[in-house]
Design a protein around this ligand. Structure first.
Ligand code: ADP
Ligand code: MG
Length: 260
């Protein structure tokens, strides 16, 4: 049988900080266009996984491959150019720049143009192309009316959607969202779920979402992986994960207790 390389594959991926093993023998396969969830209690290694895949941390051992190419330990900018974009827990926008400028800065990662030109005009054809792509993305995240507002002046929910537009501006094959619903109310969370689906359908990108919001994870994701203390304690469809006794004990049970 012909077996093409998956979009993303980790194998025995481990990240240790001095004595602490934050991520241990992690393995996952993500195919083009899949919607994947990663859940687990605080400190279970979820953000560390994103940091290693996106190059913000070098793996201690094991491999990360994008379309069959080893990317573990490459610079973040290089990995971004190869097709992986991510957002961070909390926002990392350029708060003093406008909404449009925030997206331009990211777009020019993919199509290097003079940064000053990108920010302050003097538009050539390439810059115009970047702007039309940026406008399309800002329309997608419903920020087309806020183009010239400072990013830092937007309500929190808008800032989170701007972060997603900014991540998409590098035209990724894989988008990784770290707790995108944190701080959002339930109607904003529902809108976020629909936005993530639309992004997958429209841009054919695979999305990996780290979230504590179980409704979002269970309704959005096709497959879910569960981490605890750096180990993978379960994975499967939403139904399989919810029925998994280990998962219930380590995570769902714990959050039910916390909720009670
Ligand atoms: P999660 O995102 O699941 O809440 P993290 O991946 O942020 O968990 O953290 C996993 C563990 O690794 C935690 O114990 C955390 O304190 C530790 N850790 C994360 N990043 C670092 C770092 N840069 N240096 C040292 N320890 C870290
Ligand atoms: Mg985290």
């Amino acid at each position: 049988m012909h077996s093409a390389s998956p979009l993303l594959e980790t194998n025995n991926l481990t990240k240790a900080f001095k004595g602490l093993v934050a991520l241990q023998n992690h393995s996952m396969r993500v195919e083009a266009g899949e919607l994947i969830g990663v859940i687990g209690p605080n400190g279970s290694g979820k953000s560390t996984l994103f940091n290693v895949i996106s190059g913000f941390l070098a793996p201690t051992s094991g491999s990360v491959q994008l379309l069959g190419q080893e990317i573990g330990g490459l610079e973040p900018a290089k990995i971004a150019r190869l097709g992986i974009a991510r957002t961070f827990q909390g926002t990392r926008l350029f708060k003093e720049l406008s909404v449009l400028e925030n997206v331009r800065v990211s777009a020019q990662l993919r199509e290097p143009i003079n940064l000053a030109q990108a920010l302050f005009g003097g538009m050539n054809l390439q810059a115009r192309a970047i702007d039309s792509a940026a406008l399309e993305l800002l329309h997608l995240v419903k920020l087309e009316k806020r183009l010239h507002d400072k990013a830092g002046s937007l309500p929190y929910g808008d800032q989170r959607r701007l972060e997603i537009a900014r991540a998409l501006a590098s035209r990724p094959k894989l988008l990784m969202l770290d707790e995108p619903a944190a701080g959002l109310d339930s109607s904003e969370t529902q809108a976020l779920l629909e936005l993530i689906r639309l992004i997958r359908d429209q841009y054919k990108v695979a999305v990996i979402v780290i979230e504590h919001d179980m409704d979002l994870i269970m309704n959005l994701c096709e497959r879910i992986q569960v981490l605890a203390y750096g180990n993978t304690i379960g994975q499967g469809t939403p139904g399989e994960v919810q029925a998994n006794p280990k998962v219930r004990e380590a995570y769902l049970g714990a959050s039910e207790e916390a909720a009670a």
